[in-house]
Design a protein around this ligand. Structure first.
Ligand code: AMP
Length: 488
């Protein structure tokens, strides 16, 4: 074993960001009874085990019950879904009517499904029904629910526009519009679709907008479509939840998988959501972890809806304690009890960091965020730190061989490569650079997918075919092996 010191990487010279005293979002001093909710909703809330409202709930519920427009700046895990669902359900039960009266626009299918599930949990006894409408699955059942005028529709913009164009939707009775995770919809390029949908809605309605951050474009949209909105800010917006412990491990790119396996091997990681920057790196990491004997789920924009759902279900149930994902999974996922979020690759911005690590430490639980930083990513991490007001200080894992040579056939990270040249290969022979640009929101293909069309990665068909073959071989070999790569 070589020198077990981490490579010399200075990420700052002040103290590392460590566990900060937990500042619970649940307001012990406020009771649900004081928010003006009906007895059956209070019962539902208690059944879910909520003892007190979160800050965003305490601030939003009374205003929404009054019928006001609300802009809620609430970070992930703040309890914002119940903050708008509870008063909406109450208002719907008071004014029984026909037709779809509430539309919730969500950036991802996962978020739409979660909102539908929470509606079932909260509104079960009231008879208020909802339907999640999203791409990647058949249209028929959605069309049926829309035609029948289900009370609430939780939809991703692309698929909803498809239904609107085909005349499946009648929003004449719409009373409430919710834009959930509006900043994410902006990031994913959905704002034009959102505007188009809104242009067909009744002008007289209540509009609620929730967003972790309020970028300028979202602010402009809010001014156009909202009437005298109440602004509610819950918690500090531009920082991850306080209860998260952040650890950074500098490591060469080709050693990242080995280091992650080492961390998993040492125990203490009950469940890990692992983010890579590209689908390609997610695929490769999942295979490498599988080979190392771990049960792994895989979720990114190139997977089908059923593969994504199966991976999420396996992770939620604990069958696959490691879920490898790209940023498409970073928002909206509400998985209780993720002990660790691992940034296998440094996220491109502070906002992405917040959204990734926000998957752990939901409401007032504690969690760990681990970031593996290769030399070529140091600048990105500094940028993230600057945006969040953090100085990250690298740590090393004692006993890990930081000097191990790269495995045969495996290139090192871009900086290592530039130091050592292309190992005698010509440019055309050299494998493509793993550029972070490979997977921006457009590369994820969310719009095609949300519109119900399969994602078609461009220009890498040969690789994809090989990849599928490799996965099939792995699955076969996995039978009876130490773990199973489920190919999700
Ligand atoms: P959200 O921010 O809506 O994604 O909610 C995050 C998680 O917080 C979900 O698992 C909710 O079930 C949970 N939650 C919402 N409100 C409360 C509350 N008042 N007390 C405890 N947990 C809550």
């Amino acid at each position: 074993m070589g020198n077990s010191q981490a490579p010399e990487v200075s990420l700052g010279n002040t103290s590392a960001v460590r566990s900060v005293a937990s500042k619970a979002t649940v307001l012990q001093t406020v009771s649900f009874d004081s928010l003006g909710l009906d007895a059956q909703l209070l019962k539902a809330v208690h059944r879910l085990g909520y003892t007190s409202p979160t800050e965003v709930q305490a601030k939003c519920v009374p205003a929404i019950l009054e019928g006001r427009d609300v802009i809620g700046s609430a970070r992930t895990g703040s309890g914002k879904t119940a903050a708008f669902l509870l008063p909406i359900i109450q208002r719907l039960t008071k004014n029984r009517g026909r037709g779809t009266r509430v539309l919730v626009l969500s950036p991802t299918r996962e978020l739409a499904v979660q909102t539908e599930t929470m509606l079932k949990d909260l509104a079960g006894a009231t008879g208020i029904r909802g339907k999640a409408v999203y791409g990647g699955v058949g249209m028929f059942l959605q069309q049926k629910a829309l035609r029948q005028g289900v009370d609430m529709v939780m939809a991703t913009p692309g698929r909803l526009l498809d239904h609107i164009r085909r005349g499946h939707v009648d929003f004449r009775d719409l009373q409430v519009l919710v834009l959930d995770e509006a900043d994410r919809m902006l990031d994913m390029g959905f704002l034009p679709d959102v505007r188009q949908i809104i242009s067909g809605l009744p002008k007289k309605r209540q509009t609620l907008l929730f967003s972790a951050t309020i970028p300028r474009e979202v602010e402009v949209l809010a001014r156009e479509i909202m009437h005298d909105p109440l602004r509610v800010t819950a918690g500090v917006q531009d920082r991850p939840p306080d209860a998260i412990r952040h650890t950074v491990y500098p490591v060469r790119d080709y050693l990242k998988t080995g280091l992650l396996v080492e961390l998993l091997r040492r125990g203490g990681i009950k469940s890990a959501l692992v983010f890579t920057r590209t689908k390609w790196r997610a695929d490769r990491l999942a295979q490498e972890l599988f080979r190392a004997g771990y049960r792994v789920g895989l979720i990114h924009g190139g997977r089908t809806q059923s593969q994504r759902e199966a991976a999420l279900a396996g992770f939620r149930a604990g069958r696959e304690p490691v879920l490898v994902a790209t940023d498409v999974a970073a928002r909206g996922l509400d998985i209780y009890g993720i002990s660790h979020v691992v940034n296998f690759d440094v996220p491109p911005s502070g906002t992405d960091y917040i959204h990734r690590v926000g998957r752990t430490a939901r409401v007032d639980a504690a969690g760990d965020a681990i970031t593996l930083v290769a030399p070529h990513e140091e600048d990105d991490l500094r940028t993230v730190g600057r945006e969040l007001g953090y100085t990250f200080l690298g740590e090393s894992v004692p006993g890990f061989d930081y000097d191990a040579p790269p495995p045969p056939g495996r290139l090192q990270g871009p900086r290592d490569r530039s130091q050592q040249g292309w190992q005698g290969r010509s440019q055309s022979q050299a494998p493509r650079r793993e550029s972070p640009r490979r997977e921006g929101p457009r590369r994820e293909g969310p719009r095609r997918e949300e519109a119900g069309m399969p994602h078609r990665p461009r220009g890498r068909g040969g690789f994809r075919r090989k990849q599928r073959g490799a996965e099939a071989r792995l699955r076969q070999r996995g039978r009876g092996g130490p773990g199973r790569f489920r190919g999700r």
